[in-house]
Design a protein around this ligand. Structure first.
Ligand code: ADE
Length: 220
């Protein structure tokens, strides 16, 4: 898979890609991620990419030209262009799974007051990562990149994806590690029993209990 992130703040993106699981996925060649600076496509010597809104109002609006040109510089017949915006479709795990089937994703990050509305003609999908407004789309593009890349084959052990939260309508079970007792807090006895049937049963019951308690809305 290839992911191209179009942004005015490339350093925000690059710092995240240099660590941990995403870094290893890139090194192993499981995903190619490119950062494209929208400012490089400004028609002005000054690098200007935004202007005041027609009709008045506060803030600055991202102009068509640099964004159209940035998209055209990477778009192919296999690309899905996704705009990061608080007014887009709400993102969730099932959308992340859908995106793993794409060959090439272009993530467009806005800033300031928003995008010139005509930019939407270049876009296949608008995504919001939640009902709140961020200062820009960079965090949203990283949320999408991270949640999609970790699902790609070979990035993390398949079995750890099986029972994770949101894949099958249940939240994940609780986990413990050494020591057995810490400040009087004990690991549940069943996990030390070596009885895998009992452990599986316990974990499934915990998943149901926790989902009922915390997220009854996702219970299937
Ligand atoms: N840009 C600003 N807020 C956003 C949000 N909630 N989701 C995606 N992009 C955004």
């Amino acid at each position: 898979m290839r992911i191209d992130i179009l942004t005015l703040f490339p350093d925000i993106i690059s710092s995240y890609l240099k660590e941990s699981i995403i870094k290893r996925a890139i090194e192993k060649g499981l995903v190619e991620i490119n950062i494209i600076n929208i400012r490089d496509f400004s028609p002005f010597k000054s690098g200007q990419v935004d202007d005041t809104p027609y009709g008045g109002g506060s803030g600055m609006v991202l102009m068509c030209e640099p964004v159209f040109k940035a998209i055209d510089s990477v778009k192919t017949d296999n690309s899905k262009v996704i705009m990061m915006t608080p007014t887009g479709e709400k993102y969730n795990q099932s959308k992340a799974i859908d995106l793993t089937h794409e060959k090439h994703i272009i993530l467009l990050c806005g800033h300031y007051e928003g995008f010139d509305e005509r930019i939407k003609t270049k876009v296949d999908m608008e995504i919001s990562i939640g009902d709140y407004v961020l200062t820009g789309g960079e965090l949203a593009s990283l949320v999408i990149t991270d949640s999609v890349v970790r699902l790609l084959e070979g990035v993390i052990t398949e079995t750890s994806l099986d029972s994770e939260s949101f894949t099958d309508g249940l939240l994940d079970y609780p986990v413990y590690t050494k020591p057995r007792v810490y400040e009087g807090l004990e690991v549940p006895e069943v996990l030390l029993s070596g009885n895998h049937k009992k452990i599986d049963e316990y974990r499934m019951n915990e998943r149901i209990r926790i989902t009922k308690e915390k997220r009854p809305d996702i219970l299937k």
